[in-house]
Design a protein around this ligand. Structure first.
Ligand code: GLY
Length: 583
């Protein structure tokens, strides 16, 4: 419960003079991907829960109401900012708080090996890393939620699962987009697996405006509420997962996950990757995500380029439609970043990732050398620099004490591997496709990988998920993130630039057209929504191939703009956002 009400000047003044150790209360804000998670997050905050409580409760709700990405059978990342409760006695200014990052990404099962998805001719077996029993990594979500709650949660664990249990038991109203995605997936997997999968038996009833109940999932959530994460990793649910993995008759189709895999799974606290940009600290996802490094590289390279090439920047800007110039500059920077991603990035528990160098000014200054402002620089010769899903879901929360959570988690493809754990009622992920199954061969998002991200037992697959917090003056300025596979990085980058440099409101920043270039296919810029004819013509004249992406993220952004909190959910999705006082 907050001690101070933002609306009361009187109490605020008292707090400054008599309660100098107390963090000034502020409005709370949420930006959530659906109405059910938004209602739950708000309710928890209104009941005195903190941002972590709201995040945990919402993550379990999304496992019910957003089955294409919300999950128990997947994994993700959570970036957290905890304000320092002690103010500086001399200045009465709050001290800087501390940032944390929780990695609850899936891990390759112990039985996995480098050539798991290759046939005897070393050719990739189509869809095996994406559909069916062998596509799943060891899930991390339940352990992750447990771990963050153990350290930072305030309300009792059991209470945080009650909304999810109720929604699974009593059902929720299916939205049209969810029903459409469910039909799409049902048709998509039909010819992708050599054996029948049970997805349809569980999710065929996702019909627009119908009430969808999930009694098995309600039982699973109740077990987790009563017994904690161990129910999932060593208890009854672990047994159910392993039993399901063994269902296919042929060894070639059986799943790899064992009781030892589940028992051994740990979520890990890591140092978030942090970079300075425009008087701010960008706090984001470190490896095994590529997101934080890539976003900091993009932001810093943009500033370095603008400063060091001022005359040619201004000339090229004047010669092109505004959106076309932006798209070209972003493309030039992005292809360099994706080249680095493919070469240097992977699980830091297995390889050394040169994080500091990759985001250093020296390296990035050398990296922008080949950028052309009025033409496309060569892609074929673009190598990693020399050093001296699409479906996922994201939410952003800040509580009245300034604690912020930026959380992105996923099954990878919508509805994951198409395998439901019978009796437990949840879908398994198909995250194994995020490994580089064969160097140089693109994954479902079209990004290529190399040795750093090859499969090994217990290794985490490289991700693009980028839950990000922007700090200014040691306090939270933005909480931001999005789904969208490899486009996550470029969407978060553009949302931050839109607020800081283009002076947009939070809503404008998330709704603005976005462009995306990921090195390959050569000279291809993807965009969403429509670009103007002039923009398209200018980019095509330069030699770009333009591709309209029907899906390009669902950004959830909270931002403090000129001292006022704003929360915005991308118009591309069905999110709900709100700023509210706890009065
Ligand atoms: N599965 C998408 C990602 O982790 O980036």
């Amino acid at each position: 419960m907050s001690l101070i009400k933002t609306s009361s000047t009187y109490i605020s003044v008292i707090s400054v003079w008599f309660l100098p150790w107390t963090v000034m209360a502020q409005p709370a804000a949420i930006a959530m991907p659906d109405i059910y998670s938004a209602q739950t997050a708000k309710q928890i905050l209104m009941q005195g829960g903190n941002a972590v409580d709201a995040a945990v409760a919402s993550a379990f709700v999304l496992a019910v109401t957003y089955p294409e990405a919300g999950n128990l059978g997947g994994g993700g990342f959570l970036t957290l900012f905890e304000p320092n409760k002690q103010s500086n006695n001399a200045t009465h200014e709050p001290n800087q708080g501390k940032s944390y990052f929780l990695d609850y990404r899936e891990k390759a099962p112990l039985a996995a090996f480098r050539d798991l998805y290759l046939d005897s001719n070393k050719a990739v077996v189509p869809y095996r890393s994406l559909v069916g029993y062998q596509a799943s990594g060891v899930p991390g979500t339940v352990r992750g939620m447990w771990k963050v709650h153990q350290r930072f949660g305030h309300l009792p664990w059991k209470r945080l699962l009650s909304s999810a249990i109720q929604l699974a038991k009593q059902g929720f109203v299916v939205s049209e987009p969810l029903a459409q995605r469910a039909i799409w997936y049902q048709q998509w997997i039909i010819d992708k697996s050599p054996i029948p999968l049970n997805y349809t038996a569980y999710f065929a009833d996702l019909k627009t405006n119908s009430i969808f109940k999930q009694p098995e999932l309600a039982k699973t959530l109740t077990l987790i509420a009563e017994q904690g994460a161990d129910a999932f990793y060593t208890g009854k649910i672990a047994q159910q997962i392993v039993k399901q993995m063994q269902k296919p008759e042929s060894m070639a189709d059986k799943g790899l996950i064992t009781l030892a895999d589940l028992k051994g799974y740990q979520a890990i606290w890591r140092q978030p990757v942090q970079g300075q940009w425009q008087g701010r600290t960008i706090v984001s996802a470190p490896p095994p995500s590529s997101g934080g490094i890539a976003i900091i590289q993009l932001l810093k390279m943009k500033s370095l380029l603008e400063e060091s090439h001022k005359p040619s920047w201004l000339k090229a800007e004047a010669n092109l439609p505004e959106q076309a110039f932006k798209a070209h500059v972003y493309a030039e920077l992005e292809k360099r970043v994706y080249a680095d991603r493919a070469f240097y990035l992977g699980d830091p528990d297995f390889i050394d990732v040169p994080i500091k160098q990759l985001i250093s000014e020296t390296y990035l200054t050398s990296r922008i050398k080949g950028v052309l402002l009025d033409n496309i620089s060569d892609t074929e010769s673009l190598k990693p620099g020399k050093l001296e899903s699409p479906e996922t879901t994201h939410f952003s929360i800040i509580d009245s004490q300034g604690m912020a959570v930026s959380n992105t988690y996923t099954l990878n493809m919508p509805f994951g591997s198409g395998v439901v754990i019978e009796g437990a009622g949840f879908l398994m992920n198909d995250e194994m496709d995020d490994f580089s199954t064969k160097p140089g061969v693109a994954n479902v998002f079209g990004v290529v990988g190399g040795k750093a991200n090859e499969i090994a037992p217990s290794k985490r697959m490289l991700s693009s998920m980028s839950p990000t917090i922007v700090l200014k003056g040691g306090q939270v300025e933005m909480v931001v993130g999005t789904p969208g596979g490899s486009t996550i990085i470029t969407s978060v980058f553009q949302a931050i630039v839109n607020v800081v440099e283009s002076g947009m409101s939070a809503q404008q920043a998330v709704d603005a057209p976005r462009v995306h270039h990921q090195l390959l296919p050569v000279n291809q810029i993807a965009y969403n929504p429509e670009l103007s004819d002039a923009t398209k013509a200018a980019l095509e004249l330069m030699g770009y191939h333009l591709k309209h992406n029907s899906y390009m993220g669902d950004v959830q952004l909270i931002a403090n703009i000129n001292g006022h909190w704003q929360a915005a959910s991308d118009k591309r999705g069905q999110g709900v956002s709100e700023v509210f006082s706890l009065d």
